[in-house]
Design a protein around this ligand. Structure first.
Ligand code: DAK
Length: 259
């Protein structure tokens, strides 16, 4: 599998596949091409009987610093609706095999949402999680208001989503967002160890168990995701979205007007 922005190892060891997000200079910002590649790679690994568990990782500095702001900055609400990124995210969400996010460095915005879309998260001590969209005049659009709230509870999710402040790995562990925190040099090994424990089980039982755990909130989640997506798209009709994203690109503080 040859891609431009991800690296895929279908067998990092028996039954375990590794997908590495690979736009290091941009802190793995999730542009549309990268997300399309990730969707295609996961579909192919999901269909491969040799693969039982899939690990998604980035590099030491960043899992992913969010959707690509430079690609989104000039878009209108209608552009965003027509691009329909959601179908890509939805297809990733339908992966039947267990997904483990191995996170080091920044997991922000869409990066945090991608890690939460995985079934488990192994974090390095230097991991930072956050939903900073509010700082660029928008809000989370790929599950940040929904999965984060379920994972960490309303008060903590509200604070993270409304301030955009990051939490560190230990906070993420104590909030129940991640499964384990290990030293930076071990986070990938630890994810592989966890994958190995799962890969030793019956693949069909694992698949059904994953599906069943997800059922606890799937229907309600679907409604929440739809509501969140509409609000996210609508914000692209605001002046504050244009100002917030332009300020990021121009490396200055935004001047929000509430319009
Ligand atoms: N987009 C584009 N480029 C980014 C980026 C991003 N999200 N994050 C970092 N970069 C780029 C920087 O612009 C810089 O590029 P150059 O200037 O070198 O060309 C390079 O990566 C290195 O970044 P910095 O120089 O800023 O590095 P620092 O260590 O100083 O700061 C930082 C690291 C992570 C704190 C900072 O880069 C930062 O604040 N990044 C933006 C974080 C953020 O706001 N993320 C949320 C984006 S909005 C949806 C799906 C997804 C989404 C929504 C809807 N649907 C399915 C509907 C998701 C939305 C988002 O994620």
């Amino acid at each position: 599998m040859n891609f431009e922005f991800i690296l895929v190892e279908p067998a990092i060891e028996k039954h375990i596949a590794l997908v590495r997000l690979n736009r290091p200079k941009e802190l793995n910002a999730l542009n549309l091409q990268l997300m399309g590649e990730l969707r295609d790679a996961l579909k192919s690994l999901d269909d491969n009987d040799e693969v039982r568990v899939i690990i998604i990782t980035g590099n030491e500095r960043a899992f992913a610093a969010g959707a690509d702001i430079k690609q989104m900055a000039g878009k209108t609400a209608i552009d965003m609706l027509q691009i329909d990124q959601f179908s890509t995210w939805d297809s990733i969400r339908k992966t039947k095999k267990p997904l483990i996010a191995a996170v080091s460095g920044f997991a922000l915005g869409g990066g945090c949402e991608l890690s939460m879309l995985c079934d488990m998260i192994v974090a390095s001590e230097n991991a930072k999680f956050g939903q900073p969209e509010i700082k660029i005049g928008v809000m989370p659009g790929a599950g940040g208001t929904q999965r984060l709230t379920r994972a960490v509870g309303k008060a903590r999710a509200m604070e993270m989503v409304l301030t955009g402040n990051f939490i560190n790995a230990q906070e993420a562990l104590s909030y129940g967002l991640v499964n384990r925190v290990v030293p930076e040099e071990l986070y990938l090994d630890e994810a592989i160890k966890l994958a190995r424990d799962i890969a030793a089980q019956s693949p069909i039982a694992v698949q059904m168990a994953k599906e069943s755990v997800n059922k606890t909130y799937e229907n309600h989640l679907q409604e929440g995701l739809f509501f969140e997506r509409k609000n996210f798209y609508m914000l692209f009709a605001s002046e504050d979205q244009k100002e917030g994203m332009a300020a990021f690109v121009e490396k200055r503080k935004p001047d929000f007007k509430g319009r």
